[in-house]
Every structure is written in structure tokens, then in C-alpha cells.
Write a protein that binds this ligand. Structure first.
Ligand code: M6R
Length: 600
């Protein structure tokens, strides 16, 4: 996701900012920019694409000396990746960089426009700097203007703001997205970054700002606007910092799911229903059927969605593996909405399927994590999953955000076509709000999977079994295990085991049984009993005790099967990872696999 850096001091500010942004590159971005401030002027540079484009631009001019600067790498959410939409954003005499999403930006923009403020970008961020200047113009006090600005913002906003009205200061605030302030090793130096990496080597003492904490920094010192902050030491290893202290990117990405799913729902999940700014209700005019096409993990998200779309939106939905779809000479009719799902937006098979659907005249929508990718450029509409860059080859947070987007889409369509009763919609919304909490990894669950992993390093295979949406989840659990442990694993619909695969059952066949309390519990229970009777080794994952289990991972009790779904997802991801670690495999870069499969 987006990155922030800031600097006050005597070093080469431009260099510090560019080096800092480079340290944040691994998080993904599509444009970058810096703003530099001294007593006389503000200078700003922005460029699309790689940081080297920004560096080239800057290297072509002579830059004065600037003791203050802010920088940003942007991953587009509101508005396309363009230079105009890149941060820092300008008012008349101030600049801001921002991570997060301002949920009430439309109201604020209207209010400020009516007062004569001119907006040039499509972003939500621009309202911050105009709001600040609006207050400053009447109050003539930068601190009060900043405080008033913060009070008006809703959503997530970690920001750095500089202004010619007070040219020795950086105003900062953290809410939602991470932000760190540091005392530099040099005298009178203050540094900012949205994660550790840019700060390593330049400071020993940092404040990891809590939500709701902000202040004003200058060479003279740091003034916090509240007293809930504390100084701590910074780690010294860069690799460690990039992984935020986790052993592998996959582990970090599993732990990030609660946060990225919140980002994914921000501004979209409202009390009265779902709001997608990026699509129009008319997209569904005349649509009688949905066809989803994807590969791998994204296919599993699609399969999960097919249950939700038919159940909640009462719309016919079929799902196809893109590589199969391409050559089957599919029958495509104009009353079908074609949805592709892809983390990267570059998977060759999925892209080709999308092109075929477009050629056949179907309306198309892509659910994707990377804006400006081949798929987002091809499809009629895009919904971004906002998961931030995913580095581990084994997809984790991409799947949870895709599933949440698709669940929200089912509710959106259900409300639009009046098939979803208000009472049911309210219940689903309540459950959706709980998803980020459900995805938080507890020490208990992680430790349990770590301990259990040592018992599952051999055997002649794994069956992951589940019913309904827990069948695609079983497929996903099996895929995760295969990819990084190189052990044979299959996902299967639990009710189908007796039609053949149960012949394999013996103590060396490991069954991972997904047993939710809130969906078909008795059915799955009897399927697992059948396997247990044939002496298969059973690892049950459920909120309800199950006495036939050889191993048991207990979930929390909830009242919605999708919350059980997400809690189980985390368990499955952790279990595969811990098995892979014990086997000594490369968790982040498993053999024979690439992150993005851009060839057939
Ligand atoms: O980028 P995409 O979502 O289109 O990628 C599709 C698959 O290649 C991908 O999900 C793959 O299966 C992952 N390695 C699964 O962990």
C-alpha cells in the first residue's frame, strides 16, 4: 500500500526522501512524489511508475537547499494512477501526503468547492489540504487550523502536512494507517516513515504512533497534541524491517489480513448497504447470470462467491477455471456479466478469458489487487481489493480481500434486485463488520498450528474436506499445503468422499475436516465419522468439540458461517506455513512456482 516519508534536518532532504521511498518500494506503488520546503518556497516533483522516473525528473534540475520535505508512494484507490493524482497534494500554499481513505471526502469537497477552493485531482486526499487552508485563512493559526482539520476527517488518515504559512514545521497525524516519528541521530533532526525500513541507520529512538495521535515537528523539537505516546528502540536489520519482524513475507501477509480487509471495506460497507463508487447500478441492467473466471486461489474465491451470489442475490452464477474456459468454445450470451478475479491482473489465462468475453460483447468486471494492470485496463469495470503488494508466492491476503469484495458484491446485487430482505442484509453487514477482528491471528491459534505441524510431515496424503463455501475453502487449504510443503493434498466436498476417495482411508491418510457450527454441521459430522470409522487420521477445525478427532483446533463461537470461514482460513494458512517451515522449504518462494503466471 502507500508509503510515507518525511524529513527535517541538515542532510540532503531530497536524497533522504528518495532513499526512504526506495525502502518502501516492496509494498507496491504506481506513482511517487516529494515536496520540499524552505522559508521562501515549496518545490514539488511527481512521476508515474517507478521511483527511477521521479529520480530522473529531479536530476534534471538544480535544487536549492531545503531543510524540510515530505514524500509518498501511491497505490491508487480513489482516482487512476496519474501524475495529477500522485501525492503530495497542493492547496494554495500547503502540501499533504496521506495514507488511508477519507470516507467523507465527497461532502467536504462540495463544501470547500462552494467556498471557492479549486480541486484538480480525483483523490480523496486533496480535501485535507484545502480544509487546512480554509481554516488557516480564517483563524490565522496553523496549529488550530490543523486541529480543526483533523476533527472533520472520517475514515483512515495518516498524514504529513507542510505549509508556507509555517515553513519550519511538519504537521503529522496518525489514524488507521501506520506512521512512525523518529529523533534523528544528528542534532535537531526529525524523521517520519510509514514503516521501519527507511529509518534504520538514521535513528535509535522512535514513536510508533497510536491511532488518534498527532503533533507538530520542527528542528526545535516535537510537540505532541496528546500524551498517549512512548519512545522505543528501532530494530537494526533492514530485511527484518521489511518483513515487519516476521520470519517470512507469507507470515507477515497472514498477519496483515485484518488490516487489509478493513482497508478493503473502507467507504464501501455502510449501515444501509454496500457502496461501490467504481461501478454503476446500470452495470446490472439486463444481467440474468454471472460467470466468474479465474485461476488458482482466485478461482477458489470465485467458487466461494458462487454460493454467496446465488444464496444472497438470487442470481445464477457459474465459475470456470480460466485455462479450461479458453478452449471449450463456451456459449456466451449478452445477459451474462463476466467477472474475472486476479491478484496480479496479469495471469495470461484469465486475461485471455476476459478478452474472449469482451469480444463476445459481454459486460465485464475485474476484481483485482493491482490497478493499471492488463486486466483493469481491459475490463469495463474494476473493483480493487486494496490488499497491498503480496510478496509470498502462496496467496493469502489476496484471497481474504477477494472473498470480502465478492461477499459485498453479492449483497450489493441482492439489494439492487430486491431479493435480499432488509433484515437479512442487516445481518450480513453486521457479520462483515466482524471480519477484520476474526482475521486477527491469536497467539493461541498460531502456537497450536505450530505444535500440530510436527505430526503432519509424512503420510501418503491429505484430504481437506468441507461443504458449501467450506468446499472451496478446503480446496484453498489443500492448495496452500501443496504449494509450500510439496506434500500431496486434495480439497474435496465432504459428501463426495464416499463416492470413491474414501477407499484411500487409513491411518496414514490425514483428513483436515472443516466443521463449522453455523452451516450443515450434522452433515459434515457424519461425513467425518465415516472417515474416522475407516481409521483415517482426523484433524478437525471447529468451534464444537468433536470427540473422534485425533487432533482438534478449536475456533471461537460466532453466529455467522462466513466468520467461521475466515477464522478457518487463517488456521489453514498457518498450518501449511508451519509444516513448510519444519520441512525446511522456502516458504516465500516455493520450487517451480512464480508469483504471476503471465504465460500460458
Ligand atoms: O494473480 P492471480 O490471482 O491471477 O493468480 C492466480 C494464481 O496463479 C494464484 O492464485 C496461485 O494459485 C497462487 N500461487 C496461489 O497461492
Amino acid at each position: 500500500m502507500c508509503g510515507i516519508v518525511g524529513y527535517i534536518g541538515k542532510k540532503d532532504t531530497t536524497k533522504f526522501l528518495l532513499d526512504g521511498l526506495k525502502e518502501l518500494e516492496y509494498r507496491g506503488y504506481d506513482s511517487a512524489g516529494i515536496a520540499l520546503l524552505n522559508q521562501n518556497k515549496i518545490e514539488v516533483f511527481k512521476a508515474l511508475g517507478k521511483l527511477s522516473n521521479l529520480e530522473n525528473k529531479i536530476s534534471q534540475v538544480t535544487i536549492d537547499s531545503y531543510p524540510i520535505g515530505i514524500g509518498h508512494t501511491r497505490w491508487a484507490t480513489h482516482g487512476k494512477p496519474t501524475e495529477l493524482n500522485a501525492h503530495p497534494h497542493l492547496g494554495e500554499y500547503s502540501y499533504v501526503v496521506h495514507n488511508g481513505i477519507i470516507e467523507n471526502y465527497k461532502e467536504l469537497k462540495e463544501e470547500l468547492s462552494s467556498k471557492g477552493h479549486n480541486f484538480v485531482s480525483q483523490t480523496d486526499t486533496e480535501v485535507i489540504v484545502h480544509l487546512f487552508e480554509n481554516y488557516y485563512n480564517s483563524l490565522n493559526d496553523t496549529k488550530k487550523a490543523f486541529e480543526n482539520t483533523i476533527k472533520r476527517l472520517e475514515g483512515a488518515f495518516s498524514i504529513l502536512l507542510i505549509s508556507k504559512a509555517d515553513p519550519e514545521k511538519i504537521f503529522f497525524f496518525k489514524h488507521g494507517s501506520p506512521l512512525i516519528i523518529a529523533k534523528g541521530n544528528e542534532e535537531n533532526e526529525v524523521l517520519f516513515a510509514s514503516s521501519d525500513a527507511p529509518l534504520i541507520g538514521f535513528t535509535q529512538s522512535v514513536v510508533y504512533l497510536e491511532d488518534g495521535v498527532g503533533g507538530i515537528a520542527s528542528a526545535q523539537g516535537i510537540e505532541f497534541l496528546s500524551d498517549n505516546y512512548s519512545w522505543s528502540n528501532l530494530p537494526t536489520s533492514k530485511q527484518f524491517a521489511q518483513k515487519d519482524g516476521f520470519r517470512f513475507f507469507m507470515e507477515k501477509e497472514i498477519y496483515e489480513q485484518g488490516t487489509v480487509v478493513s482497508d478493503c471495506m473502507l467507504g464501501r460497507l455502510k449501515d444501509e448497504g454496500i457502496c461501490f463508487d467504481e461501478i454503476e447500478p446500470s452495470l446490472f441492467d439486463g444481467v440474468r447470470e454471472i460467470k466468474i473466471c479465474a485461476c488458482g486461489t482466485s478461482y477458489h474465491a470465485g467458487l466461494t462467491a458462487s454460493y454467496l451470489l446465488e444464496r444472497l442475490a438470487k442470481i445464477k452464477c457459474s465459475v470456470e477455471i480460466a485455462s479450461e474456459f479458453r478452449y471449450k468454445q463456451p456459449l456466451l450470451t449478452n445477459d451474462t456479466l463476466f467477472i474475472v478475479i486476479s491478484q496480479s491482473g496479469e495471469t495470461a489465462d484469465t486475461l485471455e478469458a476476459l478478452k474472449m468475453a469482451k469480444k463476445a460483447g459481454l459486460k465485464s468486471l475485474v476484481i483485482c489487487n493491482v490497478d493499471n494492470s492488463s486486466m483493469t485496463r481491459t475490463a469495463d469495470y474494476t473493483i480493487l481489493t486494496r490488499a497491498g503488494i503480496e510478496k509470498g508466492v502462496a496467496s493469502t491476503k489476496a484471497f481474504s480481500t477477494q472473498t470480502v469484495v465478492l461477499w459485498m458484491l453479492a449483497l450489493y446485487i441482492g439489494k439492487l434486485n430486491s431479493h435480499l430482505q432488509k433484515e437479512d442484509l442487516d445481518k450480513e453487514i453486521l457479520a462483515l463488520r466482524e471480519v477484520p477482528k476474526t482475521l486477527i491471528v491469536s497467539d493461541r491459534i498460531h502456537e497450536k498450528t505450530r505444535r500440530l505441524s510436527k505430526r503432519y510431515l509424512h503420510g501418503h496424503g491429505f484430504f481437506f474436506i468441507g461443504r458449501d463455501v467450506f468446499f472451496p475453502l478446503a480446496l484453498e487449504g489443500a492448495l496452500k499445503l501443496k504449494e509450500i510443503s510439496y506434500l500431496h493434498a486434495e480439497g474435496y466436498p465432504a459428501g463426495e468422499m464416499k463416492h470413491g476417495p474414501i477407499a484411500l482411508a487409513d491411518p496414514e491418510l490425514f483428513t483436515i475436516a472443516l466443521m463449522p457450527q453455523n452451516l450443515l454441521y450434522d452433515k459434515i459430522k457424519s461425513n467425518v465419522e465415516e472417515l474416522s470409522a475407516r481409521d483415517s487420521t482426523i484433524c478437525a477445525i471447529s468451534p464444537l468439540d468433536f470427540e473422534l478427532a485425533d487432533d482438534f483446533i478449536k475456533l471461537q463461537k460466532t453466529d455467522h458461517y462466513m466468520l467461521e470461514f475466515f477464522e478457518m482460513l487463517v488456521v489453514l494458512q498457518l498450518l501449511s506455513m508451519e509444516i513448510s517451515i519444519r520441512l525446511g522449504n522456502d516458504v516465500d518462494m516455493p520450487r517451480n512456482l512464480a508469483k504471476s503466471v503471465t504465460v500460458e
